[in-house]
Design a protein around this ligand. Structure first.
Ligand SMILES: Nc1ncnc2c1ncn2[C@@H]1O[C@H](COP(=O)(O)OP(=O)(O)OP(=O)(O)O)[C@@H](O)[C@H]1O
Ligand SMILES: [Mg+2]
Length: 256
């Protein structure tokens, strides 16, 4: 199908249960090549479950997910060749230095000039000064930045970032946003999950809200802004924030 060409990710009717608990009840969305897509949802909404299915770590019960024209269930190896994943929790090797971690991944990916690649990444992520220190001495923000840098080694076509800036201070968060944007401008498709509405607002070309097992709304930020009930818009003089839109659409925020 020609329509597949412009899409990096196509998800249809994804269903997943953990025992009796049906977490995904029919999730549908598409992500354009080279765009930044944010999947937004509260704790436990099922964001990580979606990421695991799309990155071939978990089988859906039904429905399909296609990454660069390959089905994650029937062609997981092809899918793995074009993606990279930064999981929700940092996966760096503590006893190695930042540079050693990067060199190791570059070598594992059979890239030429692993040291050069490592140095470029260190610079890009503001880690040059800490390059030769063991990761066990890094702050949480530095570790997270290194983790994201590791997943970008080898310029994957599609990167999955599961809550990339959770636990980062505002400065470190802005740094991560900058780098993510740069990669998208270079043609990489970025799929990220976040609980931070501000993050989706800053970064994403399209935003989808996962709630009670389904995508209850999706669109560009300006499309979502138009969905805010008009009566409410009259009240707010400034533009509604994504948070206001989220709360208006989801209703009362549960859980926390
Ligand atoms: N392996 C598992 N076995 C049983 N239940 C699970 C498993 N993994 C996730 N769940 C449950 O499925 C639901 C969705 O979890 P998931 O991790 O996908 O949510 P999330 O949106 O990523 O949440 P968070 O924002 O806290 O990371 C939660 O209720 C969680 O407890
Ligand atoms: Mg999660």
């Amino acid at each position: 199908m020609q329509t597949l060409q412009s899409k990096s990710i196509q998800v249809k009717g994804l269903v997943k249960s953990y025992k009796q608990h049906q977490v995904l009840k029919g999730v549908d969305f598409e992500v354009e090549k080279g765009s930044i897509f944010a999947l937004l949802g509260s704790n436990g909404a099922g964001k990580t479950t979606v990421v695991k299915i799309l990155t071939t770590l978990l089988q859906p019960d039904s429905g399909s997910a296609v990454i660069n024209e390959y089905n994650v269930s029937s062609n997981p190896d092809q899918v793995r060749q074009v993606i990279s994943l930064t999981g929700q929790f940092a996966a760096v090797d503590e006893i190695l230095t930042g540079r050693e971690n990067l060199v190791m991944i570059a070598k594992l990916r059979y890239l030429k000039n692993p040291r050069q690649i490592a140095d470029d990444m260190l610079k890009r992520f503001g880690l040059t000064d800490a390059a030769n220190r063991k990761v066990s001495t890094y702050s949480g923000g530095m570790r997270r930045r290194l983790d994201i840098a590791l997943s970008l080694v080898g310029e994957p076509k599609i990167i999955f970032l599961d809550e990339p800036t959770t636990g980062l201070d505002p400065e470190a968060r802005i740094e991560v946003w900058k780098v993510v944007k740069e990669f998208a401008e270079g043609g990489t498709t970025v799929f990220l999950t976040t609980q931070y509405l501000e993050e989706a607002e800053h970064l994403a070309d399209r935003i989808a809200i996962l709630h009670e097992g389904r995508i209850i709304t999706s669109g560009t930020l300006s499309e979502l802004k138009k969905m805010l009930p008009s009566a409410k818009v009259e009240y707010v003089e400034k533009q509604p924030t994504l948070e206001e839109i989220f709360l208006a659409i989801v209703g009362k925020k549960e859980g926390k």
